[in-house]
Design a protein. Structure first.
Length: 403
């Protein structure tokens, strides 16, 4: 496989998470009204997906270390397409929540394998560059998702927005089937033995490099998740924008993320990974503080309310474009022979945090903009703390990598 094909494939696999959430977000208010759901049930369509996504990776990871990435990817993507069809046909909230959970289980195979493939093929420093390129592709995918979701929801209904998710899954499955070749260098015969599995997960979790970079990537994702879970209600219900306008705002957010990935690669060519995320954390914290300050000043209610919210979010997304590729690649870097298991544990911990954050948001959405601002401030502060302390001490994956 060529390097360009690998980057394209990684972008599609990692982009699956953005497609599954971002195309869906503009439709949330319409789904709530169509199926007669309350706010807790609506949040459950996100948190059930993410919890299933995180838990499934604990299974997919060892399976991929034992049998290879290709069979796991083909099985997972096939299940994803079927679950997406079930979402389109959902007659009730219970059906939709169950289908979204199945979608999360299947999505776990794709995202876990993508991170593992990077470790299969590339050394840690180069892996950060490749991951950054793939996440730039993810950003381009995300740019189109929210506008397309908003347009489809406004013009033809929320079910067509979910149908677009199915089409993306089919395309990715076809590309995997015809173009992907196995990348796992050596299969581990003991990968599914429960004692070896428990021992491997404990060894990975105890490793200071894994804990440091996993904490950074998780906190950055949780900040983004807070914004995604609240934004449709802030813009379409609290501020009165249309779904199409909301989709365009999400487009600009994704552009900021893409710029962040390019800036991160520029920084990585000139300095170390741990110094790069230290600089990016200053932008992240600035975004969280500014958003909270403007929300409490009441600017979110003025005619320029979208700008008062999005400007701080752009700062956060610039940092996110650095923290995610560095965090995801460096967390797995010390484990070349357990890349699937390490990737799975990283993904599980990230989604476990999102599950609890979604539950908190469901109980604090009386004023959606305050739930957004306070959540993003919390995770911005956590990111800065990790980047300026633990990353500077333990964040050198090459120095701590296992042979």
């Amino acid at each position: 496989m060529s390097r360009h094909f690998v980057v394209l494939l990684l972008a599609l696999l990692l982009g699956l998470q953005a497609v599954t959430t971002d195309l869906y977000l503009p439709a949330l208010p319409a789904i709530r009204e169509s199926l007669g759901a309350n706010m807790t049930e609506i949040q459950l369509t996100l948190t059930a997906l993410l919890l299933a996504f995180g838990l499934s990776q604990l299974v997919w990871g060892p399976l991929s270390d034992r049998y290879g990435r290709r069979p796991i990817l083909l099985a997972g993507m096939s299940a994803y397409v079927l679950a997406s069809v079930a979402c389109v046909a959902a007659p009730s909230m219970d059906w939709l929540i169950a289908a979204r959970a199945l979608q999360g289980v299947a999505m776990g195979a794709a995202v876990m394998a993508a991170r593992a493939i990077v470790r299969d093929l590339f050394a840690p420093q180069e892996g950060a560059h490749i991951m950054s390129q793939a996440l730039s592709g993810l950003g381009i995918i995300a740019c189109t998702c929210a506008p397309v979701g908003g347009l489809l929801s406004d013009w033809v209904g929320w079910r067509y927005a979910l149908l677009a998710v199915t089409v993306f899954g089919l395309f990715t499955l076809a590309l995997l089937y015809w173009g992907y070749r196995e990348t796992l260098p050596q299969r581990r015969a003991d990968a599914l033995h429960w004692r070896a599995l428990v021992r491997a997960n404990l060894e990975i979790f105890r490793h200071p490099v894994f804990r440091t970079w996993c904490a950074l990537s998780s906190a950055s994702y949780l900040g983004l998740f807070t914004f995604l879970a609240t934004s449709s209600f802030v813009f379409t219900r609290q501020l009165g924008y249309s779904n199409t306008t909301y989709g365009l705002l999400m487009f600009t957010m994704s552009l900021a993320y893409i710029v962040g990935t390019f800036w991160g690669r520029w920084m990585l060519r000139r300095t170390s990974m741990h110094r790069t995320v230290g600089v990016a954390a200053a932008l992240t914290l600035s975004g969280g503080v500014l958003l909270t300050a403007l929300a409490h000043l009441g600017l979110n209610q003025a005619w320029y309310g979208a700008g008062a919210i999005m400007a701080p979010v752009y700062l956060f997304m610039l940092g996110h474009g650095v923290h995610q590729p560095c965090g995801q690649s460096a967390a797995v870097a010390p484990f070349p022979h357990k890349a699937g298991t390490a990737s799975a544990l990283n993904g599980f911990l990230m989604m476990l945090g999102a599950f609890f954050m979604g539950g908190w948001l469901g109980r604090h959405m009386d004023v959606p903009v305050f739930a957004m601002a306070h959540g993003m401030l919390l995770w911005s502060a956590v990111i800065a703390l990790i980047a300026w302390t633990a990353v500077q001490r333990y964040g050198k994956p090459l120095a701590h990598a296992q042979p």
